[in-house]
Design a protein around this ligand. Sequence first.
Ligand SMILES: [Zn+2]
Length: 477
Amino acid sequence: MSTSSITDCAIQSGNEINISNTISISKSLTSLDNDLFRASNENKKSLDIDNLNNNLSSLEHVRESLANLSKLANIRVVKSLARSHSLSQVKTALTMYQCGKYISLKNGKYIVLNRCHKRLCYICNQIKGKQYSLIATKALSQMRYDLADECSSDTPSNKQMIGIKLTLNTGTACTLEHLRDRISILHRCFARLLRLTAIKDDLIGSIRATEITQSNDDDDNTLANPHIHSLLLLRKDCDLNSITSTLNRYWPKAIKKQIARLRLQDSNYSSVAAFQQCEQLYIQSTDDAHSWLTYMTKGGYDLERDSHSIAYHKTSSNFWQAVDTAIKGMRLIASSGELKDAIALVKANLQKSELDTQLHSHVWSSSQSRYVTAEQYNPSNENIAFISSSLSYADNNQHIGYIFRDELTQHHGELMSTELDHIGSTLLNTQSYSLFEQKEYLFINKHKIAEHYAEPDEVERESLVIKRKQRIANEQN
Ligand SMILES: [Zn+2]
């Protein structure tokens, strides 16, 4: 699989995609991911890291329609956090708003140049999730065991493994105040599940990913649904029926006990449906494991699915504020056993991508709610106070001044750099240096933000001292 065929796939699909045409998006993305994954899975057991590095950096490329969808999803969370009474959430919102402002079009795909790396950012989570699933898939090829349906005929059965897909929750949805406790319970009970006598001797490794989705009760109060998707790797010769029934008995009981201990239950609480899914991979192959890993790490909402997209656009500000608070310091993706070691090995061999050095070709336009080309983009036509003007008077937000000041500074910066670019090209063409005099405020501003503004003075003074000493010495001679 060459890079060009990855690109072809994206270009072919690029034109036909729109928000309502999610089936073709899904299909082309699945084929793209599978191609990427197949490329990474060549040369089993030899760690072909160059190939993986190429694949990982191509995941940072996003198709145009997806880029627009992702930025709109990012903005939904930005507006939610901007309404918070916590200054740190407001600051997070402002940083997150800059994420994906500039992108670069290359070979029919877009690369996000300025990522925010915030935990609730849809743009960053999509990229991170896909990267993680590719790394975890690569890690499968570095283990001492082989997946049962793709190992060679002479592999002894005690060197074969099977993958189990698990989806677990904490019972009926919880109120936002209980969300952090519910996530802790989820993680604690999962760690205990891995240590159960019935499973621990047959468990080779595992990976879990926590997602939080919103639901609403009959009175339209916002509730949260924390849940775990997991891949368990077990020895092929284990007693799977016995393990499944043990897990099925253990999980709802363990969850209910913890909820009761922390007095989190209300009259409607039930943990009956907490053990949501437990089934083998359809085919015990790296291919199938990769599909599940990709699903696991999608981060709650996959906007390419209609139902997820509708649900995402119904999420409320208090939901995102609560999730941001609840997941502080929590590890949402974790691995264990031999899979953990293999993932660490793959990660240790990765190179850091150097995307930030690229020039942008497209810019997010707040007034048009879509990406426009760098030539079309004119900061003077943009909504200067996009976030502050999205706040409702009813919110009585004490940070509105802070937000507005930040937006104004960003806007001035943009105007300034656009003007500088313009002068640069005019100077190159006309060499009319009188422009420098007319626009000197631009350069004074540049000088102010230089880090070592005191240095020229110091150097000068020192050289004057040396010169004076030399002159005195010369005079004396
Ligand atoms: Zn981001």
